[in-house]
Design a protein. Structure first.
Length: 86
């Protein structure tokens, strides 16, 4: 490589990225960011699943109540006739 190649913007960016990736401090920050990002995604997934479960439970209750209103209530049982023997 000639000396002119080192002043090109593409080469400067590549050198900066390589230095950043090789730096322990930058790797630590990136790793921490990935861990926090993944934790945030897992929490968000749990919240969405919880909300969907709540919606499904509400729908089940609404259907059960609608079915209950449609079917007539059973007549109360009458006591059986008593036989008196003397």
């Amino acid at each position: 490589m000639a000396l002119d190649d080192f002043v090109e913007p593409e080469v400067a960016v590549a050198v900066a990225v390589t230095a950043a990736v090789a730096s322990p401090a930058v790797r630590k920050v990136v790793r921490r960011g990935l861990v926090y990002g993944l934790a945030g995604l897992l929490i968000a997934r749990d919240k969405v699943a919880q909300a969907a479960s709540g919606v499904a439970e509400g729908a089940r209750r609404a259907v059960a109540e609608a079915q209950q209103k449609e079917t007539p209530a059973p007549a109360p049982d009458r006591p059986a006739a008593q036989v008196i023997t003397s």
